[in-house]
Design a protein around this ligand. Sequence first.
Ligand SMILES: [Cu+2]
Length: 185
Amino acid sequence: MRTTRSRSPIRTLGLVATAAILASACSSATETTEESAPPGPAVVDVTTEDFAYVGLPASVEAGTTIRITNDSESELHEFVAIRLPDDETRPVEELMQLPPEELAAFFPLVETVILASPGEAGIAVEGTGTLTKPGRYAIICAIPTGADPEEYLAAAAESEGGPPEVAGGPPHIVHGMFAELTVEG
Ligand SMILES: [Cu+2]
């Protein structure tokens, strides 16, 4: 009993030392791996539903690519990323209350538009889906409620960047389909 007690702390110290060596070996191995294989460009997967963006973080690193999957059964959705001016301090929620003509002033600041048909992956129709410019963004979906996805896509292809003229209700924005995103420099 006495012998066991006196040995025990020594054995424990030995184990601690071994563990420390193993831990340092592990961490240096991890560092070496990171140096030889730098992480690739970040990709953030966002799901659209009626009427929200699911999985969109509040901020991403510059250079992040947004990928959309549309979980809706009937609605076409879009991810329009508008890079807000640096001197624009109003929250996106407040900007969404502006009359359409004032909101339209932000449209030239669109960085990317990703369109996604019901049940499908999104396709970047403007820009590449990659957000390279740091700053604050308004993410909006302006698809008319109830618009026919095929009809909208055909009209969008013909409108050459202008808003497609299709039948439908108010834009999805009015159902709360917008978000604020910060791209960190
Ligand atoms: Cu939508």
